[in-house]
Design a protein around this ligand. Structure first.
Ligand code: FUB
Length: 295
């Protein structure tokens, strides 16, 4: 329902190409974006580099983004963590919004009234320290066509494991044990997309701290894997370095795909920037190398 409405809403306001959107699309040092469509708008949720406060950003055209304020302030609002507010994702289900986030290397979930909050933390980590991977970080949730929701998490430079958890219908508890299905060359920053019945698992590889960072992907016939390695799709060039943590966006009702990701310039990885570019598939369904644009 949300996607159909969004498709109608956007049919007159979608830019012809994200290449015209003007990268970077968010101001300042921002990283680890997720992107979703809610209530007729696009929403980006980056890491909480504002003193561990997560912000929501909205747009009607993928070009102009508005800071919608604080979704969750980890310090006062999360009892089990204070810092390292990283890499969130937001999912709509049954009239509520569920905000998945990493804090102090554990994964939590908060329940929200709207895409910009207010949100209330569930009160305990959903993925405890050390359980979801080498580090319990970088959550993302995929809801399959049959309604089953899956939580993907885990990572860390130097040897991450990727874990998958089935979520219960309440979206704040897991059903059964973690399933470890680490794809080839996985470091962190998972995203799961589905296209023509194939599950595309994309992830960061390398260190976010230098120009080795890149995006690779694997495919599977199930959201639980196993994964078939496909290769690198986004890597540093002469100008833009360290593209890694990312999210895919499908324009509703079409086969137009975008990637929202962070990168840096001038050898300064402490100033990561969020950008958007096009994603193209070939006739065999393979993702083609992604071109990083400036405008
Ligand atoms: O920004 C903090 C961490 O660095 C994220 O959780 C990782 O994905 C990496 O980008």
């Amino acid at each position: 329902g949300v996607c159909t409405l969004a498709g109608m809403f956007f049919s007159q306001s979608m830019p012809a190409s994200a290449a015209s959107s003007g990268n970077p699309i968010l101001p300042g040092n921002q990283a680890d974006p997720s992107v979703r469509i809610f209530e007729g708008k696009y929403w980006i949720y980056p890491s909480g580099f504002d003193n561990n406060r997560f912000h929501a950003w909205s747009s009607t055209d993928l070009s102009n983004w508005t800071d919608e304020g604080v979704v969750l302030d980890v310090g006062p609002q999360v009892s089990w963590a204070d810092t390292r507010a990283w890499a969130p994702d937001m999912i709509y289900r049954n009239g509520k919004y569920y905000f998945y986030f990493a804090a102090d290397v554990q994964v939590g979930v908060a329940v929200c009234d709207s895409p910009k909050g207010p949100c209330t933390d569930s009160g305990a980590p959903l993925v405890a320290a050390g359980l979801g991977g080498a580090e319990s970080i970088d959550p993302t949730v995929f809801v399959d066509d049959d309604g089953q929701a899956y939580l993907y998490s885990g990572g860390s430079a130097g040897g991450g494991r990727m874990s998958i958890f089935k979520l219960n219908a309440d979206m704040v508890s897991v059903n059964g044990n973690q399933i470890i299905q680490t794809p080839t060359n996985f470091t962190e920053g998972t995203w799961l997309s589905k296209r023509n019945g194939t599950y595309y698992l994309s992830y960061s590889n390398g260190c976010y701290c230098n120009d080795t960072y890149n995006v690779q992907y694997s495919t599977g016939s199930s959201p639980l894997g196993p994964w078939s390695y496909q290769g690198t799709i986004l890597a540093s060039n002469d100008v833009y370095k360290g593209p890694g943590h990312h999210a895919f966006l499908q324009y509703p009702g079409t086969d137009d795909w975008y990637i929202v990701y962070h990168r840096y310039e001038n050898n300064d990885f402490s100033q990561r920037k969020v950008a958007i570019d096009r994603v193209n598939f070939n006739a065999q369904g393979q993702i083609q190398p992604i071109v990083m644009t400036s405008s």
